[in-house]
Design a protein around this ligand. Structure first.
Ligand code: AVI
Length: 330
């Protein structure tokens, strides 16, 4: 079912978000070792905390990608050709990155329609009002949806060359099988000649990577602990966040940062809407997030496995981060 607005389309999700949250919390806390999926970090409070993370000096990812887009946005935008095109962004962001692609296209008197896809209608509202002020001539069509229904809509409705953006190393929060399936789904929604621009955090000095997830102001810790607060708010849990400690470390075997919330004592947590109590031993951990860091070989493998060919790679000056442009071959 779709509800069309002047510039905003709301697509029904595959699943009810609260029911999914309930089911995942129940499954994750019943497991040994316990886990909670990082996709649930992003309620309103978590999204605010994430915005604060992106401004931290230790969290180099955002600044590196901004440097790339400021320097190479025009070049990236030219790779799709000189015809009118669709610029689809998976995850809406605040507009600060995408304007470096949009501005040069408009300045060159080329036309594009920008279609951000995001689950959060309020995030898309904020983005649209920013873009209306920044680029009044830009065509914007917001799609409030999970990525899968959003991609299906794109496939069924869009005509003309399409460039999909998936920035911020968001792919890194998926496990390998999920990442492969997701990239294949993106490719299946496109036609030969279309492009995917994917932002990926590269492997580097371990201290630099570890510092990015252990900021001195404790914002990343709060970002993780907010997940326990969200369970309290939305599912009637009685987590005491002060009885958990955030811990994260680089795992050289998997090649990413693993994050945990560790119980500081023996304790039991009751979650009303699950009618269930979960027991924690001292130092027992909840695995909350994997933030993958990519090698160049891994990026080539991922692109090939999903049926893309790499068209170009754009790096920041320190080579910490890459915006890799992948094409659907003929
Ligand atoms: C959104 N994602 C790519 C971030 C990351 O780096 O994994 C989320 C994050 N977690 C802790 N800090 C930022």
């Amino acid at each position: 079912m779709e509800r069309a607005c002047t510039d905003c389309l709301v697509l029904a999700g595959d699943q009810d978000e609260l029911e999914t949250f309930k089911a995942e919390v129940s499954a994750g806390l019943s497991c040994s070792p316990k886990w909670l999926h990082s996709r649930f970090f992003y309620d309103a409070a978590g999204s605010d905390l994430f915005r604060s993370i992106t401004r931290l000096p230790e969290y180099y990812l955002t600044n590196c990608e901004l440097e790339i887009l400021r320097k190479s946005g025009r070049k990236i935008g030219s790779l799709i050709g000189d015809k009118e095109f669709n610029l689809v962004e998976l995850g809406s962001g605040d507009g600060s990155k995408v304007i470096h692609l949009i501005d040069p296209v408009l300045a060159d008197n080329r036309r594009l329609t920008y279609l951000p896809i995001d689950l959060s209608e309020s995030a898309l509202d904020a983005l649209t009002s920013f873009l209306c002020r920044h680029s009044p001539n830009l065509n914007v069509r917001c799609i409030v949806a999970e990525y899968s229904p959003g991609l299906r809509w794109i496939k069924a409705h869009l005509e003309g060359p399409t460039m999909v953006l998936f920035l911020g190393s968001n792919l890194g929060n998926l496990d390998h099988a999920q990442a492969e399936a997701f990239l294949t789904e993106v490719r299946e929604g496109l036609v030969p000649g279309d492009l995917l621009v994917i932002g990926l955090d590269l492997r580097k000095d371990i201290d630099t990577m570890v510092r990015a997830y252990n900021d001195s102001n404790g914002v990343t810790a709060e970002f993780n602990l907010n997940l326990l607060r969200r369970i309290n708010r939305e599912l009637g849990g009685n987590f005491d966040p002060d009885k958990f400690r955030y811990y994260s470390t680089y795992n050289p075997r998997s090649g990413g940062i693993d994050s945990y919330l560790t119980s500081l004592c023996r304790q039991s947590v009751f979650i009303r809407d699950l009618c269930a109590t979960f027991d924690f031993q001292p130092w027992e951990s909840i695995y909350t997030e994997h933030s993958h860091k990519y090698s160049e070989a891994e990026i080539r493998r991922l692109a090939n496995q999903a049926g893309f060919v790499i068209e170009a790679n754009f790096y920041d000056s320190r080579k910490y981060f890459v915006d890799s442009v992948w094409r659907v071959p003929e």
